[in-house]
Design a protein around this ligand. Sequence first.
Ligand code: SF4
Ligand code: SF4
Ligand code: SF4
Length: 445
Amino acid sequence: MLTMPGAPVAFHAMAKPTGAICNLDCEYCFFLSKEMLYPGSRFRMAEGLQETYIRQLLEAHARAPEVVVAWQGGEPTIMGIEFFRRSIELQRRYAPPGQRVVNTLQTNGTLLDDEWGAFLKEHEFLVGISIDGPPDIHDTYRVSKGGLPTFDRVAAGLDVLRRHGVDWNVLTTIHAANGDQGARVYRFLRDELGARFVQFIPIVERATPATLAAANAGWGNEVTDRPLYVQQGNLVTDRSVGPVQYGRFLIDVFEEWVRRDIGLVYVQMFDTALANWVGEPGGMCVHAETCGLQLALEHNGDLYCCDHFVEPDYLLGNIAEQHMQELVASPKQRKFGLDKRDSLTRYCLQCDVRFACNGGCPKDRFATSPLGEPGQHYLCPGYELFFHHVDRPMRLMAGMLANDRAPADLMGIYATTDARRGRNAPCTCGSGRKWKHCHGVDRAA
Ligand code: SF4
Ligand code: SF4
Ligand code: SF4
């Protein structure tokens, strides 16, 4: 068994077998421009490297009961099914007895057909599919290489997953086009798509004065028309979600979820918040005290600190030259993870919801705090709004868990309170609208 001093028992690596290559051209995609990091590459993970990767990943998790093999992109399905069949064979060859291997795939869904569906089901893949909401919203930014809408193609891919009984979840990015429509987006995902696992990811596209105009005008037809996206600048594009808008989006969804979906629909942000209120580790690195356990592997074996930092300064090394466990345990990576906690502003350190927020992802800490300090998270006003809004229900659910009760019991408390609320009372979400026209729709008597 390989043991490296200081190596974590488990970590999460997102492998990109096609690098940044994708068949779509989503306008907000920060990753497409990473193609420029590898000029002349074929952008296909070679068989030898695939074997090295699977072997090292399983070795590095020898002390963990479970290891996640996560494929991402770009668009990983461009590799074709045979690549993934081989991955399963390699897992069988290298997994020590008793180790459970979970395969995940993040996809735009457009290339899935019945052969894929049968394969993903047979090998129990967990598939994340990217959908931004109803077609009018989804097609705003998620477009094909020719700029055409993609919703129908994605929906066809989702049908494949449903037909074959594949476990799937939806990843929805929050941006200027859907940021004001939280409840509508959520209801669509839940009711029209049947989603039971939902992840929301805010789109924050950093820009410098030099890149902003080009970014807002839309990129050209070639990937090289996009400047290499790096975490620089303290401006954002027009597509980015606003700080308060993001907080309001989450509240809009929460007010719907808390009344009917606790225990039925898993919303990663709410689950993570509850974990932090209970004092347990949550599922989102963004709201963990430290990070550094979410790495990104490029098609050629280059391992980076994080999927959001695939840029030269954050390259740890290449797994063909150095075992990935060494790279994960390296001082550079440990510092990367600890810096998240150690670089908090004074404003964050004084914040009463820091235990839940932890200052957000370092990639978006480019705003100025109310105390005038640089390095504040861009979304801080939204985080403050959301975490304060959910404080009481989170405390109640934490109390229920402590007393061996299901958090879903909270829905009964809400129902009782809602029954007493006047139809014309202001809505609980803070939108300023009347209850009967907002979250009280279908509920107010
Ligand atoms: S599907 Fe994903 S990788 Fe492809 S362009 Fe869209 S956001 Fe980027
Ligand atoms: S940099 Fe951000 S996205 Fe990356 S691991 Fe840290 S918190 Fe997570
Ligand atoms: S809510 Fe704002 S001040 Fe509080 S921890 Fe988060 S980013 Fe910092």
